[in-house]
Design a binder for this molecule. Structure first.
Ligand code: AHR
Length: 334
């Protein structure tokens, strides 16, 4: 049995796009500590609909969220990773959390679309939903409280600006994408195209998903090199693992990564920074996964009925040289 919530005011969307959710649990505290509620005595229950095993970025992000929402911090976080990146398993977990009456749901969506019914159910149950990393499409901001993520479009524009600057006389390039239908893939393409699309000297040979995977990216890019007689100077890999796969393909073709083919990636994990330090990658844009503290502050605000912006951007760095990577590596947390 869990304590029944009492909501003192309805959802209000302000002109500034900020979202104010007026609510208070029966045993809400002063707002400094999470409101106590359902199912776990005086702990706030969090349903975390997660992606699960996917790569170094995801591992760091989900570990950080779970470590932050600890029982010592006043939370009972229930972790529900997807089964093999399957959206249905996520929707089933989401539904279970609504039926269970958790206090807040955190959602990292494997697919950008197909969430309207689930989000409507959470709204009817007056359970706030916070998007972690991944957005939803259509971006219906009255169905969730906020999205916490680095700005994918800006991160990707940063990679594109580096590419334009690095190839003043032009280059042939190929894009290794994440899985089709994932919001961050569309956003990264948007940011890249915004900048590179304006530079006719950068010639797109093609784009293909390698599903965030090193092995798949190696296979895809081996084929790209063969079918273009190695006449490819640039790779935009939408995450580190795929960029490292492209490095392997370049080496197997007898070419030198960083010299014959420059590879730029997104995430900023240790392996990528090491490859940048070794000259095998040429540019790494961080997509900072460590925002558990930000998520915790947001959850506390929501439960205390305070205003929360509908989008919270996590700052991220870029690394454009072996020296920058070598400097960052000793203190790298992911
Ligand atoms: O949604 C973030 C992306 O998902 C990361 O860039 C990638 O590594 C992860 O799999």
């Amino acid at each position: 049995m869990f304590a029944k919530r009492r909501f003192i005011s309805a959802l209000a969307l302000t002109a500034a796009g900020a979202l104010t959710l007026g609510l208070a649990a029966c045993s809400a505290g002063s707002g400094s500590e999470p409101a106590a509620s359902g199912g776990s005595g005086d702990l706030t229950t969090i349903g975390f609909v997660a992606v699960g095993p996917e790569g170094a970025w995801r591992k760091a992000n989900e570990a950080n969220i779970q470590e932050t929402f600890s029982k010592d911090a006043g939370f009972d976080l229930k972790y529900a990773p997807a089964a093999n990146n399957d959206q249905k398993s996520q929707i089933d977990a989401f539904t279970s959390f609504v039926d269970e009456g958790v206090d807040v749901i955190l959602l990292s969506a494997t697919e950008g679309s197909g969430w309207e019914d689930s989000l409507e159910r959470a709204k009817e149950a007056e359970i706030p939903v916070v998007l972690i990393d991944r957005g939803i499409e259509p971006n219906n901001t009255d169905l969730y409280v906020t999205r916490i993520a680095p700005d994918n479009i800006a991160v990707s524009e940063g990679v594109a600006n580096w590419a334009v600057k690095t190839f003043p006389n032009g280059a042939n390039y190929f894009t290794l994408e994440g899985p089709a239908g994932v919001s961050v893939v569309n956003e990264r393409n948007e940011g890249w195209d915004e900048v590179v699309g304006a530079d006719p000297k950068l010639v797109k040979l093609g784009a293909q998903t390698a599903n965030w995977s090193t092995e798949e990216a190696k296979s895809v890019f081996e084929t790209v090199l063969k079918s273009n007689n190695n006449n490819v100077q640039l790779v935009f890999a939408q995450n580190d693992e795929m960029g490292l796969g492209a490095v392997q393909a370049v080496e197997e073709a007898g070419l030198t990564p960083g010299k014959d083919v420059k590879i730029a990636t997104i995430d900023g994990t240790k392996n990528a920074l090491q490859a940048l330090a070794d000259g095998k990658l040429s540019f790494v844009a961080e997509y900072n996964p460590l925002f558990g503290e930000t998520a915790l502050e947001v959850v506390k605000k929501v439960l205390a009925g305070e205003k929360v912006e509908s989008s919270i951007v996590v700052p991220s760095d870029t690394f454009d040289s072996p020296e920058a990577a070598s400097t960052a590596l000793p203190n790298r947390k992911f």
